[in-house]
Design a protein around this ligand. Structure first.
Ligand code: GLY
Ligand code: MN
Ligand code: MN
Length: 448
């Protein structure tokens, strides 16, 4: 497994110019609507722990990352004025305690007027003089870092940019394919460690080694769940010891390339054929849902439709009985599948704009009874989203069905059988096309 993706940067370079044109056009529009002449995008700064002198891992402002593939450049500013080359104030402090950012290098640099800045005091000299014509986008927790600009994160501009980020450029799609390949390689390594009977902690380390990420570089905390831990939706505990008996494995883990994420889940059986049959069934269902992804589809319909499909699986596998509508209305499917079908994916794992109806900030609510759905938009070409149906034994939710009409619809004996396996989730990252779709995740696994 290659340890970085610089070898592919030359092809990314040929796409980056067009990407930047799209990004600048979005900002031209945002500035016009906000009535401003310049935008400053602050990369952000590390945050110190309470009463401590240590810092939390640095997370760059995603707006900054959409311009430049720099995820580790705190205290820096991108300054954009329509019609002019964007200025990058590249912060390279005089610091002998830490490694300072190296000389800017790569396919992106020639598009910028890059100015190295060694001290915070030197930033002001590079900023547009008329601060009242500027807006700043970023997390400004020290007013000094706004340099006298009063309009910080104005909604008019932010909404336009967030809505637009739902659609990926060709450059972003290329980077996300690489992130999918990287994640798929990690999943293969993790599966091998699971088959060897290793602990969650060891499997996690195998994954990180294969994707060449530290924990901090992962796009989100790995979910590495053996046995019944698979039923904890955000399980991140990582037991150090192997269980006495390993029966199942659910892994939800991604990788990043140039700040763009993949988000992938797979579930495995350790030899139990009945559980394998259930995994296969959910896998087929997941692929049927993916096959419905295309331009014009309302994602809310996909989500509700998934509940209908799951109802059939529950009946066929003797976890429940009754017709799909009844199983939906009585809350049976929601007890087994209590999260959303998926979300937009990009720089952020749960990328912004999933609820936006338009660029002015109007939102679309999730369907009633489905509060955790994070994507309610009608699908457009080159959106990238996840499709991640699941089926779990979560006793807290199933017990809520007792004493309701749902109680007699659930086959409690089968639940007792399934409980030690935890649950199943299958998650792919999918690009939306006209009458078609691209499955970044399955393509990446196929390339291995
Ligand atoms: N890994 C977080 C998610 O699947 O949404
Ligand atoms: Mn996801
Ligand atoms: Mn996931």
């Amino acid at each position: 497994m290659k340890s970085d993706y610089t070898d592919k940067n030359s092809s990314l370079g040929s796409l980056y110019g067009d990407h930047l044109e799209t990004i600048t056009a979005r900002h031209d529009h945002a500035l016009e609507q906000a009535g401003a002449s310049h935008v400053l995008i602050y990369s952000g700064n590390p945050k110190v722990a309470f009463l401590d002198d240590h810092y939390y891992p640095f997370k760059a402002n995603p707006h900054f990352v959409s311009w430049v593939p720099l995820t580790r450049l705190p205290f820096s500013y991108l300054i954009y004025t329509p019609g002019e080359a964007p200025v990058l104030l590249y912060f390279q402090p005089q610091d002998y305690w830490h490694v300072v950012p190296g000389t800017p290098d790569g396919y992106w640099t020639r598009h910028f007027d890059i100015r190295i800045v060694n001290a915070i005091e030197d930033i002001a000299a590079h900023l547009p003089k008329q601060r009242e014509k500027c807006i700043v986008i970023g997390e400004i927790d020290d007013e000094a870092m706004a340099f006298g600009i009063e309009r910080v994160n104005p909604n008019t501009a932010i909404n336009i940019l967030h809505y637009a980020r739902g659609i990926k450029t060709d450059y972003e799609l290329a980077v996300m394919r690489l992130a999918a390949e990287r994640g798929a390689a990690g999943h293969r390594a993790a599966e091998a460690a699971f088959r060897e009977g290793r602990s969650e902690f060891d499997i996690h380390r195998s994954y990180c080694e294969a994707v060449s990420h530290t924990d901090e570089e992962l796009p989100y905390g790995n979910i590495v769940a053996l046995n019944e831990h698979g039923a904890v939706l955000h399980y991140t505990d990582l037991d150090r010891a192997s269980p006495a008996v390993t029966v199942s494995f659910l892994i939800d883990a991604g990788a990043q390339v140039h700040g763009y994420a993949s988000d992938i889940t797979r579930t495995y059986s350790f030899g139990d054929m009945r559980f394998q049959g259930l995994i296969d069934r959910i896998d087929r269902m997941q692929q049927e849902i993916v096959a419905k992804v295309e331009v014009g589809v309302d994602y809310r319909d996909l989500h509700v439709n998934t509940h209908r499909m799951l109802a059939e699986v529950l009946v066929d596998t003797e976890l429940a009985k009754g017709d799909p509508d009844t199983l939906l209305e009585t809350g049976v499917t929601s007890a087994f599948f209590p999260h959303g079908l998926g979300h937009l994916l990009g720089i952020q794992v749960h990328d912004v704009g999933g609820f936006m109806e338009n660029e002015s900030g109007t939102t679309i609510d999730p369907p009633s009874g489905h509060p955790f759905l994070r994507l309610t938009r009608v699908l457009e070409q080159n959106m990238v989203l996840t499709i991640e149906p699941g089926l779990y034994v979560i006793d807290m939710l199933l017990e809520n069905l007792r004493g309701t009409p749902a109680e007699k619809l659930v086959k409690w004996d089968t639940i007792d059988w399934l409980r030690p396996f935890g649950g199943i989730r299958i998650e792919d990252d999918v690009r939306v096309l006209v009458n078609d779709r691209e499955n970044l995740t399955r393509d990446a696994f196929a390339l291995l």
